[in-house]
Design a protein around this ligand. Sequence first.
Ligand code: PMV
Length: 331
Amino acid sequence: MKATAIASANIALIKYWGKRDEKLMLPQNSSISLTLDDLNTVTTIEFDKKHNRDTFILDGQEFKRGKELEGVVRHLNLIREISGIGDKAKVVSKNNFPTAAGLASSASGFAALSLAATKAVGIDLDSKELSMLARRGSGSATRSCLGGFVEWEKGEKGDGTDSFAVQLAKSGHWPEFRMLTTIVSTVKKKVSSRAGMVQTVKTSPMYKVWLDTIEEDLEKARKGILEKNFTLVAKTAEINCLKMHATMLTTQPSIIYWMPATLEIIQAILFWRKEGLESYFTIDAGPQVKVICLKKDVSEIEKKLQNIKSVKKIIICKPGQSPQLSQKHLF
Ligand code: PMV
């Protein structure tokens, strides 16, 4: 009852912000993302009678208490419920990028955990079922259960059975599409997205605008992806990101994930674009800026980013694959 899985993070082009059901993790709106090939979590899990409690070790550090451990144990309880297996588990994970700094570590984390854990207990799920299970761990994990361009359909039902991920296009559909993740800070964020979105739905006067305009953004992104219309996809993603941050900024108390470096990169991108370099940005619940561009412009954008002092690291990502099982166990 041991298995290992690898899953890639995803970055939303059209964001999800706000839930309609906290327990079942059902979103207020659908979202669209790109699975990224170079931001991965590897997870090995073992259910065994010899374990007298659930343990979770991430990047060599054991979480003895706190939100991370609680989230993993809650997920393991779900898997025990589905499988009827009562054993405790040891979970060891490794991220190849900084955790919890707005880089979607929970997305790849819960996608990898869901695949490894179900395999370990002998349950085979298709990608739709896997995405519904991963959703219970973290909303964005729903989308990491498929490769390429992915939509998480919000669903309408109260039981969540119609809230899952579907693939809009495989990774091979648009191999020139790039997302450059800049890392400006690895400090853990103060407001989790889970807590932040509850507060936004409750208090932001902009939240109604967010919901009123989301369908239009989703439609433009779907069309742009299928037609490989870069300007349409990237422009819509940038505006959608700014709208999400407008709801965060106008939350009481205000949620500001940006740092001075975030704004510095935004300004630079706007300037490059004026000069004819097609680059756009998107930002999640953290300070890192992701630059959206095409392969032909990567080296020029990378050079320009390297000249910005606050950029500590740049990770260049292409469209990535669905989660995979692996024989290389971490313990
Ligand atoms: O995966 P969660 O539930 O922590 O939420 C993540 C939300 C954003 O990253 C800000 C947007 C998104 O759609 O991924």
